[in-house]
Ligand binder design. Structure first.
Ligand code: AKG
Length: 226
């Protein structure tokens, strides 16, 4: 399955099949300065994975995955097409580093209760820019002043440094799946190997936890899992 999903991802990268997010658009540390700069068309995400190919949608809505999600979300499950729902690609030549953040800071739902599923399509380790996590941080409360203007968790504050001391690298093998809460603090490094890293990422919530009307979270139809 991982190999088949990577074949699709490589096909879409070669065709620059929209919708895409470029490294140059996010402007994280290490990203090309603009779309026209060297490496400017390096893709960071192949977006709208569920609409891209049935194979992505089938995996993301599979009974096997749903059986795990029921354990942490409850009996009714929906996939948000507005968040993640993408293939993350980390190109060695032009990848960027992602600062510490909680996904919920950028999302709008009635309750901050969503779970993301990260399927490693190949090995993920420090050298190729795996995720870093602070276990248990989804249960911690932080003040607005602990984040910068872009809602990244500040690394220059001693109180934050204390929290980040507990970080662990989420090293994964091909086919491993990481489940993480939308309040979990996480970050990722650059890819310092010679191979592109691929991961498929999807986000789920209970059917009664609605996206707030008029927000980006409500911009695309949810997919109900049966
Ligand atoms: O692989 C990365 O750069 C991290 C991506 C990430 O944390 C996110 O999109 O929320």
């Amino acid at each position: 399955m991982c190999e088949s999903l990577k074949v699709l991802a490589r096909r879409d990268l070669a065709a620059q099949a929209q919708p895409l997010e470029y490294e140059a658009q996010v402007r994280y540390p290490g990203a090309p300065a603009s779309i026209d700069a060297p490496g400017g068309r390096t893709v960071r995400r192949l977006m709208r994975a569920c609409a891209r190919d049935p194979l992505y949608r089938d995996w993301a809505t599979s009974a096997q995955l749903a059986s795990r999600l029921h354990q942490v979300i409850g009996p009714s499950l929906e996939l948000s097409q507005a968040h993640h729902n993408c293939i993350m690609t980390k190109n060695p030549a032009f990848s960027s580093a992602t600062g510490w953040h909680q996904d919920i800071r950028y999302w709008s739902f009635e309750k901050p209760e969503l779970v993301s599923v990260w399927l490693a399509l190949g090995p993920e380790h420090e050298e190729n820019g795996c995720l870093w996590l602070v276990p248990g941080s989804h249960k911690m409360d932080f003040g607005r002043e602990q984040y910068d203007q872009d809602l990244f968790f500040r690394t220059d504050l001693s109180q934050n440094q204390h929290v980040l001391q507990a970080k662990v690298a989420a090293e994964l093998d091909e086919g491993d799946v990481l489940f993480f809460h939308c309040r979990l603090l996480h970050a990722a490094g650059r890819n310092r190997t010679s191979l592109t890293k691929f991961a498929a990422v999807f986000t789920y919530h209970a059917a009664d936890n609605r996206p707030l009307p008029g927000t980006r979270s409500a911009s695309l139809q949810e997919i109900a899992l049966r």
